[in-house]
Design a protein around this ligand. Structure first.
Ligand code: PEP
Ligand code: MG
Length: 593
């Protein structure tokens, strides 16, 4: 996307959604997610050799680029992503791709671009006709290699995330979770996008990776050319274009203040998360990738409260085997000993796909065949995962949790399949923890309303507020246009949380929260008042939440909650809570300058 260099006035301010805190100062790098188009034309017999040569040269160049990226990724210690590149290298050697394209050039007198386009179409048709929905999705690898070949044929530069070899601020129309997981802070110092909401998985990943980000800027890709000097203020959701020397200096100071404050909070990471009246709340980490584990430990996570296992399934040609999964889960479990690791079964669907793939190609994926519904349909895939989780339970404390449970029948169906997996392992003489706790996420309003019935079926609840708020308030969590309606303090949400906590308490099971609401210190006191035993969050948020917990008593939270529940609107509740928390904890809430 070659945008013209336009004169951007100094200190132009764009305001978007504050997706991931921190400050980044640097140059933009536009990542073009638009598809390349191939032009098909007939060629003369004389042109055949040069077109074949051009195609083979594009293959050679693509291979060299991929190998270069591969060694760069390896050198940066991101070995777990190498399989993506290996898959792409294998596709480049595929005989159907190579011979099919050259045959079309030679026999049908098509230009190289046109011949490649037709061969890719054949591949795509084969993938589209595969019964298994999951395998069908893997078409994205073919598309990605096809895109690279086409760009090289047309002499255009490559722009995937892994190719970026210097420190930049990425500008993109949208960023899928699959793209985001390939980012590392050493190169991508910040990113900004046109689309996205605060609890989209792209935003969640950015927070976990500690990369400042502003999303939902709507027109940033059309307004900001590559190479523009900018400042990303991910805490406030600002993007400053073409900053003046004075603004630049001011933000450098803010960045320094932010980093000093983070270092200070980190220095207290081993203190217990205990209130003044001795009430212990477990503060755990939400983890998507094994690469986040050192960060979780550094921030003092007492285990993992949510391991989003679906990230093991993204960016790869075939689903991970049982052994692949055991290896992955075991490494997380062993890293966290003596603390527990809560592995959530596959939660594919919703926004967890590259934009061009869609699990069931449904018009309304957030309410479609996603999460546990998808797993219960793809039983073989599900059983493989359950076996792997059980096997990992032999190496530490594992808790298993099912996402998007809407009623009792669903959890029973999950438990039946789990019983089958257990029986198989017993018959095969394979070890597992027979007492592994089983829990569910409460993230659908029906589950909140029947929390008492569900509590009889499981050992723990974990409230997924990202989805619970989305479904209770009918607000798409990834849509920047309705972000203003996404209100964690809506009276309906507070009442739902209260009902869930009461049901858990009455049944004597533990109740945690792993949605993003758990990560915001503004809510810590009322979550304590509600009676949550566990709060699980992106690890960098742990120190601030802990700081509040250590300064309060549970009773204070209960009193404040009672007062807030008497108010009628989210904005009244918000104003009251904000005033109270800022008054009591000015240090925690003060902006970093
Ligand atoms: C949630 O919905 O709150 C949650 C933690 O799950 P996810 O964000 O992965 O949907
Ligand atoms: Mg969810």
């Amino acid at each position: 996307m070659a945008l013209e260099k336009i004169d951007i006035p100094q200190d132009t301010l764009l305001v978007g959604v504050a997706a991931s805190p921190g400050i980044a100062l640097g140059q933009t790098y536009s990542v073009d997610r638009a598809r390349m188009s191939a032009v098909e034309r007939r060629i003369s017999a004389d042109e055949v050799p040069e077109q074949i040569q051009a195609f083979m040269e594009a293959v050679r160049l693509s291979r060299a680029q991929l190998e270069e990226v591969r060694s760069a990724v390896n050198a940066r210690g991101l070995a777990e992503h190498l399989y993506i590149l290996d898959t792409h290298l294998l596709i480049l050697e595929d005989q159907m791709l190579l011979n099919g394209t050259t045959a079309l050039i030679r026999d049908e007198f098509l230009n190289a671009e046109g011949a490649l386009k037709r061969t890719l179409k054949k591949f795509q048709d084969v993938f589209n006709s595969i019964e298994d929905e999951y395998l069908r999705e893997r078409r994205s690898d073919i598309d990605s290699v096809g895109e690279r070949l086409l760009r090289n044929l047309k002499g255009q530069s490559q722009q995937p995330i892994l190719d970026i070899d210097r420190q930049v601020i990425v500008v993109a129309h949208d960023m899928s979770p699959a793209d985001t997981m390939l980012m590392d802070k050493a190169r991508i110092i910040g990113f900004v996008t046109d689309l996205g909401g605060r609890t989209s998985h792209t935003a969640i990943l950015a927070r976990s990776l500690g990369i400042p980000a502003v999303i939902g800027l709507e027109t940033v890709t059309t307004r900001v050319p590559s190479g523009t000097q900018v400042i990303v203020d991910g805490t406030l959701g600002y993007l400053v274009l073409n900053p003046s020397a004075e603004t630049y200096r001011e933000y450098e100071e803010k960045q320094q203040a932010y980093e000093n404050r983070e270092a200070e909070l980190l220095s207290r990471n081993s203190l217990p998360a205990e209130t003044l009246d001795g009430c212990r709340v477990r503060l755990r980490g939400n983890v998507e990738l094994a690469a986040e584990l050192p960060l979780a430990l550094r921030y003092g996570a007492e285990g993992v409260g949510l391991f989003r296992s679906e990230f093991l399934y993204l960016n790869r040609a075939v689903p991970p085997s049982e052994t692949d999964q055991v290896v992955a889960y075991r490494s997380v479990v062993e890293a966290m000993v003596p603390h527990p690791v809560t592995i959530r079964s596959l939660d594919l669907g919703g926004d967890k796909f590259a934009p061009e793939i869609n699990v069931a190609d449904e018009p309304n994926p957030a309410m479609g065949l996603r999460a546990v519904r998808f797993s219960l349909k793809e039983r073989r895939l599900f059983k493989t995962q359950l076996r792997a989780i059980l096997r990992a339970s032999a190496f530490g404390q594992v808790r298993l949790m099912f996402p998007m449970i809407s009623g009792v029948a669903e959890i029973r169906a999950c438990k039946d399949l789990l019983a089958e997996a257990r029986a198989e392992l017993v018959a095969e003489g394979i070890d597992f923890d027979p007492h592994m706790p089983i829990g569910i996420m409460i993230e659908i309003p029906s589950a909140a309303l029947i929390a008492d019935l569900l509590a009889r079926e499981v050992d723990f609840f974990s409230v997924g507020t990202n989805d619970l708020i989305q479904y209770c308030l009918a607000v798409d969590r990834s849509n920047e246009h309705v972000a203003y309606l996404y209100e964690p303090l809506h009276p309906a949400i507070l009442r739902a949380l209260q009902a869930i906590c009461r049901a858990a308490r009455q049944a004597g099971i533990s109740v945690g929260m792993c949605g993003e609401m758990a990560a915001d210190p503004l809510y810590t006191l009322i979550l304590l008042g509600l009676g949550f035993d566990e709060l699980s969050m992106n690890p960098p948020s742990i120190p601030r939440v802990k700081e509040i917990l250590r300064l309060v008593r549970r009773e204070e939270g209960e009193l404040l909650l009672t007062e807030l529940l008497s108010l009628a609107t989210a904005s009244e509740i918000n104003r009251r809570l904000d005033a109270e928390m800022n008054r009591r904890f000015p240090e925690v809430f003060k902006p970093f300058l």
